[in-house]
Design a protein around this ligand. Structure first.
Ligand SMILES: [Zn+2]
Ligand SMILES: [Zn+2]
Length: 156
């Protein structure tokens, strides 16, 4: 099962570190093929733990309404069939529909590039950032890793 999230206008999707709870943004399907493994801010190491709270809630609601809800309904029917009228068992029948997918909004994050893995991220600050793939700490102010966006110019 796959849950897709719309990205911001630059194609970035918000991610959140479970350790320092700061957000950063990545482009999926570009740069490294490896999964995100490190937080760019604190260097926290982990996999599949980078969803933001709204994304997690949406995933849960999609899983519930597409996987669990039909099972519950089936169970409901079975229970009713077994009870044969002398047992009244009512299960909650107004099951929730999936929540609205969270839309990624544009922000004032800056774009940084990790030359080691060819990854590009958006981050709120960038003195020292850890590569989200290999965890190498890179001093963004010393290198020319900081990239500005090509047209359209987005500086405010
Ligand atoms: Zn972190
Ligand atoms: Zn790297």
């Amino acid at each position: 099962m796959e849950v897709n999230f719309p990205t911001d206008t630059d194609g970035f999707l918000s991610q959140e570190c479970p350790s320092c709870e700061q957000q950063f943004k990545v482009i999926f399907g570009q740069g490294s093929e490896e999964p995100i493994s490190y937080c760019p801010y604190c260097g926290y190491n982990g996999e599949d733990c980078w969803y933001t709270q709204p994304q997690l809630e949406h995933i849960q609601s999609v899983v519930f309404s597409t996987v669990l809800a039909p099972e519950l309904k089936k169970l409901d029917r079975q229970v009713k069939g077994m009870s044969k009228g002398f047992l009244k068992i009512d299960m909650k029948s107004n099951l929730p529909t999936p929540s609205v997918v969270p839309i990624d909004t544009d922000d004032l994050f800056e774009i940084f590039h990790f030359p080691c893995c060819g990854e590009t991220v958006k981050a709120a600050r960038g003195d020292n950032l850890f590569c989200i793939i290999c965890g190498t700490e890179i001093n963004m102010t010393a290198s020319d890793s900081k990239k500005s966006l090509p047209e359209p110019q987005r500086r405010r």
